[in-house]
Structure formats: C-alpha cells, structure tokens
Design a protein around this ligand. Sequence first.
Ligand code: GDP
Ligand code: IMO
Ligand code: MG
Length: 429
Amino acid sequence: MSGLVIVGTQWGDEGKGKMIDYLASRADMVVRGQGGNNAGHTVVANGKKYALHLIPSGILYPDTVNVIGNGVVVDPEGLFQEVAMLEEQGIQTDGRLFVSDRAHIVFPYHKVIDALSEKARGEESIGTTKKGIGPCYMDKIERCGLRICDMLEEDFSRRLEGLIREKNRLIVSVYGGEPLEAEGILESYEQYARLIRPYVADTSLMVDQALREGKKVLFEGAQGSLLDVDLGTYPYVTSSHPTAGGFLTGVGIGPFGIHEVIGITKAYTTRVGKGPFVTEEDNETGDRIRAAGHEFGTTTGRPRRCGWFDGVVVRYGARISGVTGLSLMLTDVLTGFETIKLCEAYKLGDQVIEHFPASLKTLEKCRPVYRELPGWQEDISGCKTYEELPSQAKAYVQAIEEITGVAVKIISVGPDRSQTIVRERVFEI
Ligand code: GDP
Ligand code: IMO
Ligand code: MG
C-alpha cells in the first residue's frame, strides 16, 4: 500500500498543483477527494502554464490515471471546459480520467444561490468563489442532491426539472432573484449526461485495487486546512474537508491506504476571501509579497491578502492532518527582504497562545509574536540543493521546522518542475 496525501496547511493556494505535478511523475494514480472547481491549481510544465480546477494535476503525464472521487462536487460545465482546454493542448483524457458515480452534481441554481446568499449576507459575506460549492454540499447533506449515477438514469431530466422548480421558489421568494429557465438547463445537462458516461466509474473500488496492487497513489487536496468546515476559521471556510481525513470518506478508502502526508506550506501566508488573518500585512510589505509572488486568484483573479509566515496556523494545519513532512513553497518570493518575520505564537493580552483557537472573537484580538531573521539578497531560483542556499535561507527553513515541529523535506524555489530542492525523499523521488 502506497498512498501519499498532499494537503494545504494554510488557507489554500500554497502551491499544491506544482507539487502534485512534480510528485505525479512517480505516481500511478492521482485522486481528488473534496471541493470542486472552486480550486485553482497552477502547474507549469515544459514552459507552459495550466490552470486546473476539477481535473487532478496528474493529467499532464500520459500514463497517470486521474480520479475525481465521491466527495468532490462536479460542475459538468466546468469539467468539460477543462477537458476541452487540455485537448487543445494535445492532452487526451479518455481512459485516463474517471469520475465517481457517487459524486454530487453542481447545477446552475447552486451558482445562482451562492451569489444571491453572498449578497444577502452583506457585510458578513464569506467571499466565496461563487461556483455553487456551498449550496451543492448543502443539498447533499440535506439529501436532495443528484449524483453522477442519477445522471445516467432515464428519469434524470424529470428529477432535475422538479428541483429547478423548487429552487426557483427559493430564488424568487427568499432572495428576490430571477427564476431560472428550465428548458435550456435540461438540454445542456442531457448533453453532459451523454458526455460523462465514459468517464463514470466506481472510483472507491478503483483506488482500493490500485493500493492493494502496491501502486503509487497521490491524494490531491484542494483548498487548505484552515478552510475545513469543521476545523477551519468557521464560518469563513469552504463547505468540505480539505484535511487528510477528508480523503477517507471523500474517496471511500480506509486509513491504512495512507502512509505519508505532505503539508504544502507557503513561506509566507495568503488568504482569499474574508476572515481573520493574524499575520496579515495590509500595507507595503503585503503589496511587495503580492507583487513578487503574483498573488492573484487562479479561479477568481482576486488579489490575495498577504502576510508573514504564521507558525500557529501551520502547526495546527500539520497536527489536524497528521503531516509527516512539509514542502516549503514560494521561498524565492522572500528574496530581497532585509529582515523576515515568522510568527511563533500569539499574544492575547498577557497570555501566550500556541494552539490555534476556535473563536473568531479571540482570534481577532490575538497579536503575532514574531521572530525576526535576517533576509537573503541572492537569487535562489536556480538553487538545486539545500547546500547551495544562502545561510540566511537555511536558517529560515530551520526556524520553520523548529516552530512547526515538522521536517521540511522539500523546498520550492520557483514555479517550474525543475525548481525543486529535495532534502528527504518523498515517494521515492
Ligand atoms: P494551489 O491552489 O495550492 O495549487 O496554488 P495556486 O496554483 O493557486 O497558487 C500557487 C502559485 O504559485 C501558482 O501560480 C504557482 O505556479 C506558483 N508557484 C508554486 N511554487 C512556486 C515557487 O516555489 N515559487 C514561485 N515563485 N512560484 C511558485
Ligand atoms: P485551492 O485548491 C484559496 C475560499 C474562498 C472563500 C472560501 C469559501 O486553489 O487552494 P467557496 O467558493 O469554497 O464556498 O469559498 O474558501 N477558497 C479558496 N481559497 N484557495 C482555494 O482553493 C479555495 N477554494 C475556496 O476564497 O474564502
Ligand atoms: Mg489555488
């Protein structure tokens, strides 16, 4: 059994796409288990940039099998746009991409309700991606959703028509929105049903068989630990479980299928959307990080909020997913700072807080306790080994290990596959 989980340890956009693509060179299978096309995973391969939202980042290797598990919410429109984008680049998905028959389907009314409910929240909006993710998971939990297997049944259109009618009542009478026209939706979803048929599989069985045969399976986390609906900064979270545990139910496997968990961690912190952010630098420092790291959303294009590395966040993110090693990303972005700050704890009045608190009211009052380290001026984007890094960069890596209690096994110094320093082998790479 050889399952490696990749999770984001912060608020998403840590560089998971790059590392999944990197590790996928040795993987037989890459599997998504939660979220939907709210994710935006950027992969730079052979000088080309790919933005993937639903399709696993292993798709760029011709021999990797890619699986969208039952815990993912699938927007067929987004899925087939991505399939078309890949085909334009000469990448075929037939026979290499499988979608769980148990995954729930995102419908246009989910997106409309996402936007309307955000508007209704006013000042208290979450800042969602408006991809209909929350409303789709709501229907799943409420037990009125439709799954991919339902799409293949004869009564699919009839069931969908009933749901559109019901959701229109909500859209019009609760939110004062415009009702959706059923005809066009039914037509396009009938077409999606025909298109999706060859991709549909019992993916829990597929992954179990692959693990039993000793194949290398990569589990691709979307979002980040602090966006977990149970463990994150609720309610400023997504509606799924982007922690390691999410893969058990989101793929339909037991815990012994996973032998290693790599936490993808930015060398600083970013966040898109609203919610508390203790180390945020809403000033020139944040602007400088944003410019150097091109910190604009892959899915929505929104500028990301930026700040220093938050050790309390990463220590927590690592604990709740049982992280066995970190991959430190975008380290090159910090080049040129005279000094770099790392938050090792929070201060709440006189009290020192080392473990991430649940209450947002408490979090808002927390102030960062910083360790300040000298920065490095040398360009590190061409460094191939840990030894080549300037001593200040090595000291930064060591401080992160000390603060989080987890070994930094990989250091990324640029977006390309080649800009990756491996200190300790992961997945036999
Ligand atoms: P994900 O959602 O976790 O996959 O991350 P995103 O793709 O949304 O954002 C990470 C961004 O950083 C992408 O544009 C990547 O190409 C880029 N990236 C990844 N690793 C590095 C790195 O080490 N250095 C730099 N400069 N960019 C990186
Ligand atoms: P990747 O996989 C960063 C954020 C949204 C919003 C909150 C809820 O690229 O790391 P949703 O649309 O999910 O209901 O929005 O979650 N969010 C992400 N932030 N990276 C992501 O994915 C995200 N997916 C959702 O900005 O704050
Ligand atoms: Mg992203």
